[in-house]
Design a protein around this ligand. Structure first.
Ligand code: PEP
Ligand code: MN
Length: 330
């Protein structure tokens, strides 16, 4: 249950209310809220005079629910605002590997008129022997592109001890598929106001996925986006299975912007352009696509990254699709 307290409620009254109702007291979007477990259906009558409004919820998808806020959240990333019929097309390599390749990526972004670059500096690899990322040096290279060209930077956090450092360098903090159950990371992101992009875990139900977002939202950060990047099914011919039905569910039921990542889902570059077009046709709030100046030499996710020319060709075909679904690409 979400309960909004009247704005003249003093802190003693709101603390007494929260203490009597087992909930999180939250100053949120300039409103004083108490969010209780969704199983609570009533408040104690002695507090009736301080309640402005309340929302009964049928599950712990609460702050993210369209029942609480009908419109998609407006989250600002550079010139992009979610919920305003814009699709943020973020491109870049899987990981930062060198200044030269990040500069080449920035040039591609500028040439195509886009505004946002992605790349991981701390890579959450499945093997300890694989490339782990350039660490803070990689973050510095991304920040250089932000300062030099005004690009917004999307980069991932792998470990809660890095969160303050990453927040300093980035415009969007990406919580990866393997990190999305890390409550240390989720809670730290809740204490910031930075846009947070949460990727769905391989075996994560939609309920669990949105509840991960609730950790950030109920921590006080309203700027949360969800990213579908494929889940593990019985199928082995593609790396993962992109759950477009899940995307339809999230769009219908949550107020969080939905971003799609066809690159990690497919795992092979040959399928990425078709999937990207399908995603665009769904009218999503953003796309993440991996590109690399020379994918064959990539230190991670080599098979799925598009060459710059492949991306240029894809981009031309995305424009009319965006147009057909009433969106502009930024
Ligand atoms: C990535 O975006 O490069 C990445 C590691 O993604 P995921 O967490 O979805 O595997
Ligand atoms: Mn990757």
């Amino acid at each position: 249950m979400i309960i909004e307290l009247k704005n003249n409620t003093d802190s003693k009254q709101s603390e007494d209310f929260a203490a009597a109702h087992e909930g999180i007291r939250l100053f949120y979007n300039e409103r004083l809220l108490v969010v209780t477990p969704s199983s609570m259906k009533q408040t104690k009558p002695q507090f009736d005079s301080i309640i402005e409004k309340s929302w009964l919820m049928d599950s712990d998808i609460q702050l993210a629910s369209r029942k609480f806020q009908a419109e998609t959240r407006n989250i600002k990333i550079g010139n992009y605002t979610s919920g305003m019929a814009q699709t943020l097309l973020t491109i870049g390599p899987c990981g930062v590997e060198s200044e030269e390749m990040i500069e080449q990526t920035a040039q591609l972004i500028i040439e195509t008129g886009l505004t946002s670059i992605r790349a991981g500096a701390f890579k959450p690899r499945t093997s300890p022997y694989s490339f782990q990322g350039m660490g803070e040096d990689g973050l510095k290279l991304l920040a250089k592109m932000r300062d030099k060209y005004g690009l917004s930077v999307v980069t991932e956090v792998r470990d809660s001890t890095h969160i303050d450092m990453i927040i300093d360098y980035t415009d969007v903090v990406q919580i990866g598929a393997k990190a999305m159950y890390d409550h240390g990371i989720l809670r730290a992101c809740g204490q910031s106001q930075k846009p947070i992009l949460i990727k769905r875990g391989f075996g994560t139900t939609l309920q669990e996925f949105v509840q991960a977002a609730e950790f950030v939202l109920s921590g006080g950060n309203p700027n949360v986006m969800l990213c579908e990047r494929g889940i593990r099914t019985f199928e082995t011919k593609s790396r993962f299975t992109l759950d477009l039905c899940g995307v339809a569910y999230l769009k219908e039921n949550t107020n969080l912007p939905v971003i799609l990542d066809p690159s990690h889902a497919m795992g092979y570059s040959y399928g990425v352009p078709d999937l990207a077009r399908a995603c665009m046709a769904m009218g999503v709030d953003g796309l993440l696509i991996e590109v690399h100046p020379n994918p064959m030499l990539a230190k991670s996710d080599a098979a799925q990254q598009l060459t710059h020319n492949q991306f240029r060709a894809l981009f031309e075909t995305l424009k009319p699709i965006a147009n057909a679904v009433g969106r502009s690409i930024i």
